[in-house]
Design a protein around this ligand. Structure first.
Ligand SMILES: Cc1cc2nc3c(=O)[nH]c(=O)nc-3n(C[C@H](O)[C@H](O)[C@H](O)COP(=O)(O)OP(=O)(O)OC[C@H]3O[C@@H](n4cnc5c(N)ncnc54)[C@H](O)[C@@H]3O)c2cc1C
Length: 382
């Protein structure tokens, strides 16, 4: 894993062409969504919206046409994601399936799996969640204990996952579980499985967060029968498959645009005659955003060229999460209205909501300390 140079990468014109298409789609949809709901950013769930986006051909765009995609490159997906996030579109239903389940299945899946799942993902009809974390196994993912044991042609699964975003409204989980394992090989003996979340033996229990919303869950597996075709990729190679997924999970614009709707409401609320402090702070935020966008595009170029941008993706996520968390703090200093839960201006409500959820930005998808450990290792510092 080598540090990237973050070479300047321009968006190719064929990818840029997607921007007008997404804006046309959003023009008809976004007005009906209240600003506070848009502040949910990529956690905003709306299955009807996802299906319409799928009908418009804007999900699974990097997938081959035979699986319902448009065979577009990573830059085209970047453009589509950026437009949806900047508008605060409710993309959560299909987000994980589009971002990482479909590419994972395209790369490692069997033909049966590809035909079964990818077209449904591209239509915005099949939703996936990620089953990695377990109680006492978050950062130390290699210590997971959920286990699948061979039974006939298939497997029997027992164990428990936690913090699983959208498990309560997804159709499938792709889980990392233990299929064998030796004390001296912590990364060996793990495999990935597709689990039907409505199968007998699966119990999903939502966890309520600080804002009163239910985004993530505990998921229990009690003697869940998995058929042979539930295995994704190679038995025992789950760890390396998951590591390959992380570049998709950590590099995209969602790692610095989660608070973007707040920036927009803040600029509107400050108006056209900002004072010196307001101009300075908003200018600083926008300059950082510009730099992060350039870094994220450099990672996109590496993804497009088939490289391994895992180190650079960790860098974008760490710095991006910093910006997302700084935004509500700065808004509290310079915004005309105090944060307010309940009735109030758009800016006051969005600020209150973002202030409550921002601490989670540097936990989900890998914590700040873990990312900085990866960065230090890449720089040869540990
Ligand atoms: C909003 C949200 C959504 C999530 N969605 C999902 C999901 O869909 N699927 C999923 O599998 N997981 C999900 N997670 C879980 C997330 O990946 C874990 O919370 C994260 O990996 C940290 O694990 P943990 O909570 O067990 O904390 P721990 O690993 O116990 O860490 C606690 C603290 O100790 C620090 N720490 C731990 N180890 C080290 C170390 N070696 N060096 C220095 N510091 C260390 C951490 O940085 C952290 O600050 C989600 C989490 C959140 C907050």
């Amino acid at each position: 894993m080598t540090p990237a140079r973050f070479a300047h990468a321009a968006i190719p014109s064929e990818a840029e062409a997607f921007r007008a298409e997404v804006r046309r789609f959003l023009a008809a949809e976004i007005e009906n969504i209240p600003v506070l709901a848009r502040a949910d950013s990529w956690m905003g769930y709306d299955a009807a919206f996802s299906r319409k986006l799928g009908e418009a051909g804007l999900i699974g765009i990097t997938m081959p046409q035979c699986y319902g995609g448009r065979a577009a490159g990573a830059f085209a997906r970047y453009v589509v994601s950026e437009e949806l996030l900047a508008a605060g579109a409710p993309v959560s239903a299909h987000w994980i399936a589009d971002r990482q389940s479909a590419p994972l299945l395209l790369h490692y899946g069997t033909e049966t799996q590809r035909e079964r799942y990818i077209p449904a993902i591209s239509r915005g009809e099949a939703y996936f969640c990620i089953g990695m974390s377990e109680p006492n196994s978050g950062s130390d993912l290699a210590s997971i204990g959920t286990r699948a044991v061979r039974s006939g042609d298939g497997w029997v699964l027992n164990g428990r996952k936690i913090w699983t975003t959208n498990a309560h409204r997804s159709h499938y989980m792709i889980a990392l579980v233990r299929t064998e394992g030796r004390e001296d090989d912590r990364h060996g003996g793990m495999s990935q499985f597709i689990i039907d979340l409505h199968a007998p033996g699966v119990t999903v229990r939502p966890i309520r967060d600080l804002t009163g919303h239910e985004h993530f869950n505990e998921v229990f597996f009690d003697d869940v029968a998995l058929d042979a075709d539930a295995l994704v990729g190679v038995e025992g190679k789950g760890w390396s498959q998951v590591m390959a997924e992380l570049a998709f999970e950590r590099s995209g614009p969602e790692r610095f645009l989660s608070s973007h709707v707040l920036l927009a409401t803040l600029i509107d609320a400050v108006g056209k005659q900002p004072d010196a402090l307001q101009s300075f702070q908003i200018g600083r935020l926008v300059a950082k955003l510009h730099g992060l966008r350039a870094m994220s595009l450099a990672v996109t170029a590496e993804l497009d060229a088939g490289g391994d941008p895992a180190w650079a993706a960790s860098c974008v996520k760490d710095i991006g999460n910093g910006l997302e968390q700084e935004l509500p703090e700065i808004a509290q200093l310079i915004a005309p209205d105090e944060p307010r839960i309940g009735p109030g201006s758009d800016q006051a409500q969005v600020l209150a909501y973002l202030t409550q959820i921002a601490p989670s930005f540097s936990l989900r998808g890998g914590t700040r300390e873990i990312l900085r450990g990866i960065l230090a290792r890449g720089l040869g510092l540990r």
